[in-house]
Design a protein around this ligand. Structure first.
Ligand code: GAL
Length: 460
């Protein structure tokens, strides 16, 4: 049986808006997701995060369930508007108390907290007053919020993630408009992304300058699918490479190399903002680990202008800018999100990152799948999810045995939750949540995960 390295980090992940509920409780301010989900037609069947999994009240039970699984780490996010209701200046002590209690509960259970500062729920006031991620003020506001978190939680939290998936914020929030704040544009995504990267960099610099005594680590989580060339032609190979650059290198190159990829500069011209020399210096090296969310794979082909897959979700950027045509293999199995299950794509992506960024330590901060789960006699037989995790974790094992420095794996998600525009129609959890009674039940995959953790192997 192939084993993971001894110190491999086995974790599960969630985010604030998707699980907490308590949307207006104890002084919490509204976020752009509270506003967005209140607009008719934006969320499947009108779902909102008002109650979600009610984790705000049930967090002790949830920590206990994690402990039962034997997870070593839990990745959650802080709702900025819960601790700073307007995103700046005023601190809400009751919000601070909530996260403080959660952190204490985790430590008592021997579970290491991994804290994401921003998982998309921007305080609404910052959107209305400062133009959200389009304005320049956000950079300082984010740094001040990060400072508050380091100051209040950094005595116990040693693993920080500044941003979750800035690609999604930029493309789905400002390009396609299917996520908050719901804007559509072919230039705003590049501007929003620019400020996201600068905000990340400023927060990391601040952490390193003022909180080094806390002896923690800090990084960013980016998302990327694998892009496999459709054919062996030079054109398709270049298209696949270009797709990965527009997807992942857009955010990772500034941090690891100090600037945007050349191909983006060439193709976008003035729509891509420039970094000043001082900004380049501030950004460089601002991630102690390479946080990666990975779910799926698509074929990439050169788009000769007749491409049929323009603007589909997962296109890795404004598709016209990339000239890449994406497609699926009809033999690939699909999840309930219609995402293809391709474990070897995960291994190839890890190798691509390893090579391009000089062997960084990589943490998979999300991987998982949605299926139509049913609770029958108190049990959920989600064999497909079990197979999915086994396949992806075996691909991870192979990557490690080939020398890639993969240090951890967080399953998305600990429990079923609010799946953004899909509302409650997509179940990603290791635990089933009955959204009427809010009762949690470990699925078959959670029991498998527990064994895998105990044996430190995917071959179980
Ligand atoms: C990620 C996101 C999570 C979760 C997951 C499944 O993009 O960070 O919040 O929703 O996808 O769609």
């Amino acid at each position: 049986m192939e084993k993971f390295p001894k110190d491999f980090i086995w974790g599960t992940a969630t985010s604030s808006y998707q699980i907490e509920g308590g949307a207006a409780l104890d002084g919490k301010g509204p976020s752009i997701w509270d506003a967005f989900s209140s607009i008719p037609g934006k969320i499947f069947e009108g779902g909102t995060g008002d109650v979600a999994c009610d984790h705000y009240h049930k967090f002790k039970e949830d920590v206990q369930l994690m402990k039962n699984m034997g997870v070593k780490a839990y990745r959650f996010s802080i709702a900025w508007a819960r601790v700073m209701p307007t995103g700046k200046d005023t601190v809400n002590e009751k919000g601070i108390q909530f996260y403080s209690d959660l952190i204490d509960e985790l430590l008592k259970a021997d579970i290491t907290p991994w804290v994401t500062l921003y998982h998309w729920d921007l305080p609404l006031a910052l959107q209305l007053e400062d133009d959200g991620w389009l304005g320049t003020a956000i950079v300082d506001h984010f740094a001040a919020y990060a400072n508050l978190c380091f100051e209040r939680f950094g005595d116990r939290v040693k693993n920080w993630i500044t941003l979750n998936e800035p690609w999604v914020v930029a493309i789905l929030g400002y390009g396609q408009g299917v996520f908050a704040p719901g804007r559509t544009s072919n230039s705003e995504p590049y501007l929003a992304a620019h400020h996201l990267i600068l905000a990340h960099a400023k927060a990391v610099n601040l952490y390193r300058e003022n909180y080094s005594y806390q002896a923690g680590q800090i990084g960013i989580t980016n998302n990327c699918d694998w892009r496999e060339p459709l054919t062996d032609s030079q054109q398709d190979k270049a298209a696949a490479e270009r797709a990965l650059e527009f997807f992942l290198a857009w955010f990772a190159d500034p941090i690891y190399k100090g600037d945007y990829p050349a191909v983006m500069k060439e193709r976008l011209g003035e729509r891509l903002p420039n970094f000043s020399a001082a900004e380049k210096e501030m950004m460089l090296g601002t991630s102690d680990f390479f946080g990666l969310n990975h779910y799926t794979t698509m074929y990439a082909a050169h788009d000769d202008g007749t491409g049929k897959n323009q603007n589909v979700y997962g296109n890795g950027g404004i598709s016209e800018d990339q000239a890449v045509d994406l497609s699926l293999d009809k033999n690939w199995k699909l999840t309930n999100m219609n995402w293809a299950v391709v474990p070897w794509g995960c291994k190839k992506l890890l190798a691509w990152i390893d090579e391009r960024y000089g062997q960084p330590e990589i943490i998979i901060t999300e991987n998982g799948c949605a299926y139509v789960d049913e609770l029958v006699d108190g049990e959920v037989d989600d064999q497909e999810r079990l197979d999915f995790y086994k396949g992806y974790l075996q691909a991870c094992q192979q990557a490690i045995s080939e020398g890639i420095k993969l240090k951890g794996f967080f399953a998305w998600s600990f429990m079923d939750n609010f799946e953004w525009a899909s509302g409650y129609s997509k179940r990603f959890g290791l635990h089933y949540v009955d959204f009427e009674t809010l009762e949690r039940t470990p699925k078959k995959s959670a029991l498998w995960f527990k064994d895998a953790i105990a044996q430190n192997s995917a071959d179980v």
